[in-house]
Design a protein around this ligand. Structure first.
Ligand code: ZN
Ligand code: ZN
Length: 355
């Protein structure tokens, strides 16, 4: 963990600050290992102070490494003030994208002599570059989701509702040791599939429906994320053809992934194929996102921002087409950007499953 503190110290110095105050829990977890719901981390050139509340005394002692643990039993920022944990810092770097106005005002009042330097995306590049242990953790979470996928297939029949399937997806994940769902499962059947982030509804499956199933869990802190589109009964020709286009776009885009690749270029590979098939108007979102301690992390595969993929970044590749009031199709895998190309973590088949 100490190399992660070194990363924070380097970034702090690069931004001209003397100390850093971390407020974003997934980042604090990445640095010191704490998985609870309330914490601050103060990093100075020669010390690291972790602060949490009395609910987490035992948990902090078990999890936190590399920082001195403080459980003050009163306001954490007041404790920083009373104990002088910023040392003789004149400028404190803070996470501009994870600070509320109330926090900001509180700091200004408590430390009137000090300057606070807000920086957004402070650790995003460091966090995106996964260690082999982290990649294994994502693989384990993903393996649970894939087992669940195999388990739910026999349930998918005309008459079952989206909500029933979503409930089964949650149950089967928790039963296999997932600590939580990474997000509410998406089950979009028939026309509901055309809403990329449809919530499961009471709609029941009918013969000929395409069903978009997007699900992921959290296991040992790391997220999984997978989408498959299946069909109940025979799909019509147009649906089958569109499925082939999305699959082709997904596979070609995966081939374009490697450390240092441009996220915009990878997105463009998939977008071009979908456009050439005349479906360009129906691919309405970016191609993918980073996955790790959070299910949506930097970097993005996007047509409107260009992130460079750091080595060993774990990212989703999830093209889709959504024909309003008719059907949706999305296929999503997790891929690691290795030096020499893509490593696909997802194992589940991408052949169109006709159930
Ligand atoms: Zn997903
Ligand atoms: Zn995703």
């Amino acid at each position: 963990m100490s190399d992660r503190l070194a990363t924070i110290r380097r970034l702090t110095a690069e931004h001209g600050a003397d100390a850093a105050l971390l407020t974003f829990l997934p980042d604090i977890r990445w640095v010191v290992g704490f998985s609870g719901s309330n914490a601050l981390l103060v990093v100075t050139p020669d010390a690291a102070h972790f602060l949490t509340d009395g609910r987490y005394t035992t948990q902090a002692a078990a999890e936190v490494t590399g920082a001195e643990i403080h459980v003050p039993g009163y306001n954490l920022v007041e404790h920083i003030e009373r104990e002088g944990l910023f040392g003789d810092s004149a400028t404190v770097l803070v996470q501009g994208d994870h600070v509320t106005v109330a926090q900001w005002n509180d700091w200004q009042e408590r430390f009137p002599e000090m300057a606070f330097e807000p920086v957004s995306g402070l650790l995003r590049e460091a966090i995106a570059s996964k260690t082999e242990d982290e990649i294994e953790a994502i693989r384990r979470a993903q393996a649970v989701t894939e087992e669940v996928f195999d388990t739910i297939l026999p349930f998918i029949k005309p008459g079952l509702s989206e909500q029933d399937l979503a409930a089964e997806i949650v149950y089967q994940h928790l039963k296999r040791g997932a600590s939580a769902m990474a997000f509410e499962p998406i089950v979009g059947s028939g026309p509901n599939g055309a809403l990329p982030h449809a919530r499961a509804s009471s709609r029941t499956f009918r013969s000929g429906d395409l069903i978009v199933i997007d699900m992921g869990c959290v296991l040992d802190g790391y997220a999984s994320d997978m989408t498959r589109t299946v069909v109940v009964g025979e799909p019509d020709d147009e649906a089958r053809k569109a499925y082939g286009v999305v699959l082709e776009a997904q596979e070609r885009a995966i081939e374009a992934i490697h450390a240092g690749a441009s996220g915009k270029a990878v997105d463009g590979v998939a977008r071009e194929i979908i456009k050439d098939a005349g479906l360009g108007d129906y691919f309405s979102h970016g191609l993918g996102h980073g996955v790790g301690l959070q299910v949506h992390e930097w970097p993005r595969l996007s047509y409107h921002i260009d992130d460079m993929l750091p080595v060993n970044a774990a990212i989703t590749v999830e093209p889709g087409v959504y024909l309003p009031e008719r059907f949706g199709i999305r296929i999503e895998d997790i891929v690691v950007a290795r030096e020499d190309g893509p490593e696909v973590l997802t194992r589940t088949t991408k052949s169109l499953l006709v159930l």
